[in-house]
Ligand binder design. Structure first.
Ligand SMILES: [Zn+2]
Length: 264
């Protein structure tokens, strides 16, 4: 028996931690057998991005008394197997698709990862003669630009595995690959060649979801997370969800309980 990941639909890390007792006591219907309600089955500490950077928080496991399948309940903004949240990773990959360099100072500042200071102030802080590149290497900003590079190459490798399956899904779904795909990708003329697989995958997911590429990057990365590098499993198991992902768990009752408890 293995643990499937279930995302709590529309509940982010902040709400997950803030309303931890509601999550603990929540007993949704088992999404696999639909016969019994899930019961609490322990939990573990995991890094969640509650504000900007990851911090340790408790996530709950649930078990179905009927089919005995165990689930880990994660907030909707978590990227499986990653410490950093979906928002930051998708933001960085989207910046890469726009051709923004991995060491970009503007990206660090706009993401709130370093204080926004003027060029002159930063020279004062870092010491005269120290450039932004020097600071990047000496200050150990988190996440590092080396981690950005790792994300970029990993998602690009995984996108290559998913493109044939996504193309088939688009063809079967009657998507307009000839015109609409080209139009949706035309904004990304500065995209580096090594990221073309990610761009194409996001474009195909965008066609399937009928939304612009920019809005599809996060869900594309979630999809790519389900594949293992250099594995052909996702292609052999076409149509099935990623091996570790049980999908979204509808949370309308939970959301209503949260809203009732929110001090508005
Ligand atoms: Zn079940």
């Amino acid at each position: 028996m293995f643990f499937l990941i279930l995302f709590v639909h529309a509940v982010g890390s902040k709400a997950y931690v803030e309303f931890r007792d509601l999550i603990r006591d929540w007993r949704p219907l088992c999404p696999l057998c639909l016969s019994r309600n899930l019961v609490l089955n322990g939990g573990y500490l995991r890094l969640l991005t509650i504000l900007l950077l990851p911090e340790e928080a408790w996530v709950y496991r649930k078990k179905c008394p009927g089919c005995l399948q165990s689930f880990t309940l994660l907030p909707a903004d978590v990227m499986p197997l990653h410490s950093y949240g979906q928002r930051l990773i998708a933001h960085r990959i989207l910046a890469c698709l726009d051709g923004i360099p991995l060491r970009s100072r503007l990206f660090y500042q706009q993401s709130g990862l370093v204080p926004t200071v003027s060029e002159g102030d930063s020279i004062e802080v870092g010491g005269r003669g120290r450039s932004w590149s020097d600071l990047l290497d000496s200050e150990g900003f988190a996440p590092s630009y080396q981690l950005f590079h790792y994300w970029r190459s990993k998602f690009s490798r995984r996108a290559q595995l998913w493109i044939p399956g996504l193309l088939i899904a688009c063809i079967l779904g009657g998507c307009d690959l000839r015109k609409r795909l080209g139009e949706s990708l035309s904004d990304f003329r500065a995209c580096p060649v090594d990221l073309h697989p990610v761009l194409l995958a996001a474009g195909l997911v965008g066609l399937l979801q009928e939304q612009p590429v920019r809005l599809s990057v996060a869900s594309t990365l979630q999809l790519l997370c389900g594949s293992t590098s250099r594995s052909h499993k996702p292609l052999r198991a076409a149509g099935r969800p990623p091996p570790h992902c049980g999908g979204d768990l509808e949370s309308s009752q939970l959301r209503a309980d949260m809203e009732r408890r929110s001090p508005l």
